[in-house]
Ligand binder design. Sequence first.
Ligand SMILES: [Zn+2]
Length: 379
Amino acid sequence: MCRNGRIASIERLAEATPTDYWIAPGLLDLQINGYAGVDFQADVVSLDGLLTAARGLRRAGCHRFLATLVTDAWERMLDKLERLRALRNRSPELTEAIVGWHIEGPFLSEQPGYCGAHDPGRMCDPLPERIRQLRAAAGDDLLLLTLAPERSGAIEAIALAISLGIRISLGHTDASADRISQAIEAGASGFTHLGNGCPQTLDRHNNILWRILETRSLTVSMIPDGRHVSPSLFRLAHRLLPSRALVYITDAMAAAGAPPGRYALGEMQLEVGDDQVVRVPGQPYFAGSALRPVDGVWRAATMTRMPWPRAWWRFSQRPAQWLGLRSGLAVGQRADFCLLKQTGNEMPTRIRVFCGGEEAEPSSNPHSRHRARSDRPGR
Ligand SMILES: [Zn+2]
């Protein structure tokens, strides 16, 4: 029951029937570069643009997200962060939705493949003053920084960032196992989009995938669209990593929640096809995704054959726990949740989204017409 926008009481059903509704906490996406035609990397982002993105995400089951900025000239990244933050602070609705910032770059590997779609010419080392500037630009907000620990000064930068309350995720990296261990010792706790941010061809004996799959203490994010990571690698990661270690992200850019076509990600023009894959024209690398968060849940459940509530947990409570945000549903919390109708053992066919106890504008069918390739191994 909800009262004044908050959860007043929660009663568990003694026995659930196959046609019951499920109540689930809203999804939390740690990596949103843009959405619904709005590019967060643009020099000018309007308040209306941010609201359009946040509402589009909410319609896709995602109440909260980390707005993400990718590699750019350092001063320009700081300017963008300050501007986006000022906009967010003008709107209570956005303050609820944008729970923090994910800075992906410019302290990444410049090596081909590892740099992904980031501009190596704008990458730099994580000097202590840059870490302090980042903290100042974000104020007290939650900050997640993805960096490559092999960069000069990175281990000291990680320790400094942690002391300033910045969470560190490793990514776009080819760091050695020793370097990864040093980064973890210094306080790094995450790994960004395993299976991406690396070359298409890797050394079969020793590569960043094996090194991370052996590392059991990091919270590892993966893009569950069946394309950024093959279904077999996706399943293997679930078998090899501890249950608490995996979370899902979309890494969505402006094309997510919008039709196929050409979209901007900062200064890059990217192509998005019917398959919802975002490509740099003429290059094999992906540049973010056009995946809707709720579709990521269904695709993850399809690929792994796990019950969909488990996939939902990896995209809601689990990332919230990692970042120290409120997770799950509890009496007294804001009544933000999703209502899902399930029939039999099928995945839910309808999602209704509630915000402060009020139903948000209705969503279309939650199932994307683009389903994950299951590519299941034969029995
Ligand atoms: Zn990336």
